[in-house]
Design a protein around this ligand. Structure first.
Ligand code: BG6
Length: 254
């Protein structure tokens, strides 16, 4: 903590909280846009906060993305995590396998020596196929576990970057751009005011559920995500934000 004080991180956290009007933020040193190891530092900080909040037997829903992959990588076993069950937050969002919530959830559970359940729901399904799939006992059971989670951990992305990465169809891409989306989190796209302007249709955690989840942790850094973080946090002032100095400095306008 003395080290963090010397680096001015405590001050930066206080300034960021005020600027974003959010209750809790953690800022790690560095800018993950410039140095990849900074993502791992956010991962380490996130894991520490998860361990403070989790109790044996809890269900944790995790989203996808490279930042969440870093959280999984930094996970270590802990008595506090005994019997914790990891589940993906939502079904397919069009990501490549290494960025999928299922992949990250399994890796995180393995590193934590915990358990996991996966959600096998393809990305592009007709309404009818969806309706019958969610009635399948194996799918239904995992969906119920997701609904019962005590914690959600997710990344925040820049909207157009995410839409491109997911190979979003042109018509949806047009909508995302026309409606000025700047942020993305677990398949929802937000404008600068934090309003939802587009949503990927899938099962699992929906935005409306978040206020009912006891602990929500958002992990996102890099100066390039400043706008996205600001927009998304308008929507989620009660979430804990784990970020880096690059994003924090851009946000407080240094
Ligand atoms: C997605 C998550 O997989 O990754 C989103 O569903 C998140 O919640 C996005 O916005 C961020 O990705 P990255 O690679 O920038 O951490």
């Amino acid at each position: 903590d003395l080290m963090r004080e010397a680096l001015g991180l405590k001050e930066l956290e206080a300034a960021l909280k005020e600027r974003l009007r959010v209750g809790r933020v953690v800022v790690v040193a560095g800018d993950s846009d410039r140095f990849p190891w900074v993502k791992k530092e956010m991962g380490r900080a996130c894991v520490a906060r998860m361990k403070e909040r989790l109790q044996p037997g809890d269900v944790v829903a995790v989203a996808g993305g490279t930042t969440m992959a870093a959280v999984a990588e930094m996970m270590t076993p802990d008595p506090q995590l005994s019997g914790v069950l990891f589940v993906p937050a939502r079904g397919g969002l069009g990501e490549d396998v290494e960025n999928q919530a299922n992949t990250i959830c399994a890796k995180m559970a393995e590193k934590a020596a915990g358990r996991y359940r996966l959600l096998h729901v393809p990305d592009q399904l007709s309404d009818e196929a969806y309706a019958s799939l969610v009635e399948e006992p194996a799918v239904k059971e995992v969906l119920e576990l997701i609904q019962s989670c005590r914690m959600v951990v997710h990344g925040i992305g820049e909207a157009v970057t995410m839409a491109k990465r997911r190979r979003t169809p042109p018509s949806e891409m047009e909508n995302i751009i026309a409606r000025h989306a700047v942020a993305e989190a677990f398949g929802y796209y937000f404008n600068e005011q934090g309003d939802v302007v587009h949503k990927v249709k899938t099962v699992g955690i929906q935005l409306e559920h978040l206020p009912h989840v006891e602990h929500v942790i958002a992990v996102a850094g890099g100066a390039s995500k400043a706008k996205a973080i600001r927009a998304y946090m308008k929507r989620a002032p009660h979430s804990l934000l784990v970020t880096d100095e690059g994003a924090a400095k851009a946000l407080v306008g240094e």
